[in-house]
Design a protein around this ligand. Structure first.
Ligand SMILES: [Zn+2]
Length: 166
């Protein structure tokens, strides 16, 4: 997360996807709301800075990784300084400097990213980590594998292709 988006009149057309982590602990209780509250009430942004989040959500005794809605997709977010005007931001809740994200979490994120790629015609080469644009941040964490995430995205896209042939 970084700067407040500019109030621009031109149409927001995302050309890339940028991956983040929240640096908060993923404890099974929803912290997406806390992030939204921080962005809108403390920082006074128009909405949560990310277009989507992935978080472990407890329901009774079951815990599942859920994709959570963030900033509307036709509006620039506030997540990567200098790149908010042409990118969608997704945040994996947790601190992946300490532990790698679970494969199930990456799979949940891969689903929404694959959908964005399809809707906005974004190539796999246009998925980046926040770190690639700001070397002072390790975001989404030194133990977060963009390679694995891209592999899972490719798997989803291959399944899509297969279904189209049936
Ligand atoms: Zn980040």
């Amino acid at each position: 997360m970084s700067s407040k988006p500019n109030a621009t009149s031109h149409i927001f057309h995302p050309e890339k996807i940028i991956v983040h982590h929240s640096l908060t602990r993923d404890s099974g209780t929803v912290s997406w709301g806390a992030i939204r509250k921080y962005h809108t009430q403390t920082l006074k942004w128009d909405g949560i800075g990310y277009h989507a989040g992935v978080e472990l959500v407890m329901s009774g005794t079951e815990a599942n990784y859920e994709v959570l809605m963030g900033r509307m997709w036709d509006k620039p977010g506030a997540h990567t300084r200098g790149h908010n005007h042409d990118s969608l931001g997704i945040c994996f809740i947790g601190d992946y400097d300490k532990l790698p994200p679970k494969r199930e979490m990456l799979k949940a994120g891969a689903e929404i990213i694959a959908l964005w790629m399809k809707i906005y015609d974004i190539s796999i080469n246009n998925i980046f980590t926040h770190h690639e644009f700001n070397k002072r941040k390790s975001c989404p964490g030194v133990l977060f594998s963009l390679f694995t995430l891209k592999m899972l995205i490719q798997n989803i896209r291959r399944v899509d292709d297969g279904e189209e042939e049936n």
